[in-house]
Design a binder for this molecule. Structure first.
Ligand SMILES: Nc1nc2c(c(=O)[nH]1)N[C@H]1C(S)=C(S)[C@@H](COP(=O)(O)OP(=O)(O)OC[C@H]3O[C@@H](n4cnc5c(=O)[nH]c(N)nc54)[C@H](O)[C@@H]3O)O[C@H]1N2
Ligand SMILES: Nc1nc2c(c(=O)[nH]1)N[C@H]1C(S)=C(S)[C@@H](COP(=O)(O)OP(=O)(O)OC[C@H]3O[C@@H](n4cnc5c(=O)[nH]c(N)nc54)[C@H](O)[C@@H]3O)O[C@H]1N2
Ligand code: SF4
Ligand SMILES: [Mo]
Length: 638
């Protein structure tokens, strides 16, 4: 007998789908998209629909606590494991103070209850992290420009006269936009894709602009200049924007031809985009995460925000500058704040260099920094030099390989939780649909087990149901209200910033008026490392949750057949990709649709299989927002 259970997807993805799970004999038989979910509308991506059930039952799944011994890892009971953790932490606190304990949590699972460990470590006084590896520069930009991050209901796209996918690879990163964009195009809307990479999203586009990576601010300001010159600025812009004169002056610092040269696109492409933004109403712009993974990333998003605002597309139905929306907004999260923080983007360096006290013990949960964070080999070295490292992960990842103790958590479909999307407005309830394998425990139970032993159990008290009710209370919702399906956040505006009333102190959009782009400095990297190295998300896998069998061959590096370093080599040849921080063997793939100055590799692979692309990526932070500037990396082929 099979039954069908309604739940939500907890993977790190803006779509936050509604799932219908078919369960038979206690096993997940099939996953389907919830037809009643307003964004999911009955379909799922492949990485979850096809591959997630097998991930749950993978042979290498860790199902019991594992302790490192001189002879290798051995299974231990939970009591022994947690007693040992508590003993090591107490000893560290006694010798150095609680800040010598470091705590890291990332996006392996987006369930909010499972973040309980954060409250426990905050109560303890441990060191946390600041800045981010994901979308933080763009977050900083949108908060600066509009006072907060907001997106309109995706269904308002039915009113868009044009859609600009600015650095957003819809196919890979948010597939539930696809039907909306296709529908808009079918009724005659223009669809523009702006991406240095010839992604699959090209098939959606009526126009494709392929700029030099990292130069989108120049492109946006060139378009803004065309708007000012040709009367495309909203006549009321002065009433709903602060800094209009300064933004105009910034746009006029370069001619359109100069902007085109900086972005390496035809001048006519900028002029045509200026006419689109100036004459077509409304335009919905979807800003991708990729273009903010640069040192100038926040300024790039600000320039695009400014362009969308002055043209009058923000705050109207069918338009908008869509980026993300805070997934935890208005929920009563456990109180607490890390007493000290180190930088996510410079994790390896900060782990090793922090003093008074130094970091001696680490706890890593729902994160695989050795595969996923920049300069990953420096992180690996720093983790291996700790006195004691605990990693809570269902798989023997590169990070788990550095641990003294690995604790097995339940995964999505194995525990109850609450999720808020960072792409749209729905809040959903995740359910325990199947029993976890072996002795896996929920992230909440693991935090509670340690909290009890360290005298901070208050910070993590209550079962998942109580946590969910408490978090929902400020919204006037209870867990039961979400049982029949996801619900839209109460009070959320269907049209973000409707009526052009923004969340800034003045209530007006705050336009960027200063920009000191690094591209104006001499390009010293170019001679040695002529290629921009973009390490982007693969369509087939979620971040670093990549099974070993998919990492048997060398990782691919895709370049133009006439890119520097290709001469004399053929598709399929082995090459070495070298950057200022490392080198990796790779399989050459030639694609004439690539720019000649750009190479692409896929993120997520593991160091131990020779797929750890972040061994090639230097650690640097964006000038604003503390974002890891992964894409500000140069490479050469050898
Ligand atoms: N070069 C390069 N690197 C990047 C990026 C890039 O563009 N380029 N993008 C970055 C971005 S946007 C992100 S968000 C990060 C993602 O990188 P990570 O934050 O490392 O995310 P994942 O690999 O999805 O998950 C981390 C771990 O959580 C584990 N996990 C899964 N479910 C659970 C659970 O329920 N409980 C616990 N405790 N663990 C679980 C998984 O097995 C995995 O090992 O990667 C970043 N890395
Ligand atoms: N299949 C799959 N889907 C995922 C993930 C995954 O691992 N696999 N990860 C999820 C995560 S963690 C996140 S944060 C979200 C968002 O994931 P993101 O990685 O933020 O995805 P995009 O928003 O599509 O941004 C990536 C695009 O930015 C482009 N780009 C890079 N640099 C530039 C530039 O300088 N200019 C312009 N115009 N474009 C540039 C890249 O070429 C790429 O096409 O997606 C989620 N979706
Ligand atoms: S990973 Fe994203 S697209 Fe795939 S099922 Fe989950 S929420 Fe939906
Ligand atoms: Mo992310």
């Amino acid at each position: 007998m099979s039954e069908h259970v309604r739940t939500v997807c907890l993977r790190d993805c803006p779509d936050a789908c509604g799932l219908l799970v078919e369960v038979e004999d206690g096993e997940v038989k099939a996953l389907r998209g919830d037809p009643d979910h307003p964004v999911t509308r009955g379909f799922l991506c492949r990485r979850t629909k096809r591959d997630f059930p097998s991930l749950l039952r993978r042979a290498d799944r860790i199902v019991r606590p594992r302790l490192r011994t001189p002879a290798g890892f051995r299974d231990v009971g939970w009591d022994e494991a947690l007693d040992l953790c508590a003993e090591r932490m107490r000893a560290t606190i006694a010798e150095h103070g609680p800040e010598a304990i470091f705590f890291l949590h990332s996006g392996g699972n987006m369930g909010l209850v499972g973040e309980a460990c954060r409250a426990m470590f905050d109560a303890l006084g441990a060191t946390g992290v600041r800045g981010g590896i994901c979308l933080d520069a763009g977050e900083w930009a949108q908060v600066t420009d509009f006072g907060a991050e907001r997106v309109s209901d995706w269904r308002t796209l039915d009113g868009a006269a044009a859609i600009v996918l600015w650095g957003r690879n819809v196919h890979t990163a948010s597939p539930h936009l696809l039907p909306l964009v296709r529908k808009a195009r079918a009724r005659g809307a223009e669809v523009v894709l702006i991406d240095p990479l010839p992604t699959d999203s090209r098939a959606l586009a009526t126009r494709f602009i392929q700029p030099r990576p990292g130069r989108d601010a120049a492109l946006a300001l060139g378009v803004a200049r065309v708007l000012f010159e040709e009367g495309g600025v909203d006549p009321a812009a002065g009433a709903f924007c602060d800094g209009l004169d300064g933004f105009r002056a910034l746009a006029f610092r370069r001619t359109v031809a100069e902007a085109a040269a900086i972005a390496d696109v035809p001048e006519e492409a900028i002029r045509a985009l200026g006419r689109l933004y100036g004459r077509t109403r409304p335009v919905a712009t979807w800003i991708g995460g990729g273009l903010q993974r640069w040192v100038d990333g926040a300024e790039t998003v600000r320039a695009i925000d400014g362009l969308c605002a002055v043209a009058g597309h923000v705050g109207v139905r069918g338009g908008g500058a869509f980026y993300e929306t805070p997934r935890r907004r208005d929920l009563a999260l456990a109180p607490g704040k890390a007493r000290r923080t180190i930088r996510n983007a410079l994790l390896g360096r900060d782990l090793a260099a922090t003093r008074d006290p130094p970091i001696r013990v680490g706890w890593i949960q729902r994160a695989n920094p050795v595969a996923s964070f920049p300069d990953s080999l420096a992180i690996e070295r720093a983790l291996r030099s700790l006195d004691f490292l605990v990693v809570v992960d269902p798989f023997p990842t590169d990070t788990a390989a550095c641990a003294h103790l690995v604790l097995p958590p339940t995964m999505m479909l194995e525990h109850d939780d609450l999720v808020g999307s960072y792409g749209h407005h729905q809040l959903g309830l995740a359910r325990r649909v199947v029993a976890p394998p072996g002795e896996a425990r929920t992230d909440l139970e693991i935090a509670q087990g340690l909290g009890r032993r360290l005298g901070v159990e208050e910070a993590v008290a209550g079962d998942a149901t109580q946590w969910i009710d408490r978090m929902l209370a400020p919204l006037g919702l209870r867990r039961e209200s979400l049982e029949a399906g996801t619900v839209g956040r109460p009070g959320e505006q269907e049209v973000a910033w409707e009526g052009r009333r923004f969340g800034t102190p003045s209530g007006r959009a705050n336009l960027i008026t200063e920009l000191a782009p690094r591209w104006e400095a001499p390009d010293t990297a170019a001679a040695d490392h002529p290629l921009h190295l973009l390490t982007v998300a693969p369509i087939a896998w979620q971040a670093s949750q990549v099974p070993p069998e998919d990492q048997r061959d060398l990782p691919a590096v895709i370049v133009h057949p006439e890119a520097p370093g290709v001469a004399g080599r053929a598709d399929g040849d082995e090459v070495s990709v070298r950057t200022a921080v490392g080198a990796l063997r790779a399989r050459l793939r030639l694609d004439p649709a690539m720019r000649r100055d750009t190479a692409v590799m896929f993120r997520g692979g593991w160091v131990r299989f020779g797929h750890g692309v972040n061994a090639l990526v230097g650690a640097r932070e964006s000038a604003n927002g503390g974002q890891a500037a992964y894409f500000d990396e140069r490479a050469r082929l050898e």
